[in-house]
Write a protein that binds this ligand. Sequence first.
Ligand SMILES: Nc1ncnc2c1ncn2[C@@H]1O[C@H](COP(=O)(O)OP(=O)(O)OP(=O)(O)O)[C@@H](O)[C@H]1O
Ligand SMILES: [Mg+2]
Length: 207
Amino acid sequence: MEEIVFQDVSQSFQGRTIFAHRSDVVKGGCITAVCGANGSGKSTFLRLCAHLLLPTEGSVSVSLGGEELSREILLRRLSLVTPELRLYPRLTARENLDFFLGLRGITLREADYEALLARVGLRPEALRDTWAASFSTGMCQRLKLACLLASEADFWLLDEPGANLDAEGAAMVLREARQAANAGRLVLLATNDPREEAAADEVISIP
Ligand SMILES: Nc1ncnc2c1ncn2[C@@H]1O[C@H](COP(=O)(O)OP(=O)(O)OP(=O)(O)O)[C@@H](O)[C@H]1O
Ligand SMILES: [Mg+2]
């Protein structure tokens, strides 16, 4: 099972403390929500989990099946979906999927594309001929989630996954998150959405 352990972690930027002396545990097989006001450090918490940031003090260790993962292996085992992640505007949905999944060595079979798009509520026409530049914000978010679903990652780090999604899209995110947790994956959501917080099994609050 996956596990992320924060041991006495403090994080500062340019001498300004964001949070101090945190000892948190995030476990696989359930949904954990990181909650807190704007600027409290939720996205920073996710970046620490992903080893994209080294804590100012303390340690963040990530393990799978009791074995601590190096940064290199972790980056192959996790999928981080954030508002900052940009699709290539002059590629179609299919080409974007090929690019992002290709980085992980994943190739989709012909039937997988449409099944994947249907799963995130995108019409199959979105796959062909249309550049991602013409996608709405919600469509882009859905395509990012399609990359996540096809990524085979054990660690799902989702920063505001329901942002810009309609009610049906927000429900799809929670359905997929639950299914992933039931399959034993670690699902960590940074959120300000009360529905996402309510759907979580564990809540980490950042004051
Ligand atoms: N690389 C950085 N350099 C300097 N300050 C940073 C950096 N990253 C984050 N911060 C600061 O750390 C604080 C926490 O930022 P963070 O993005 O983690 O908050 P958040 O809880 O995700 O907010 P939001 O709800 O708005 O997404 C903010 O004050 C931000 O300005
Ligand atoms: Mg944030």
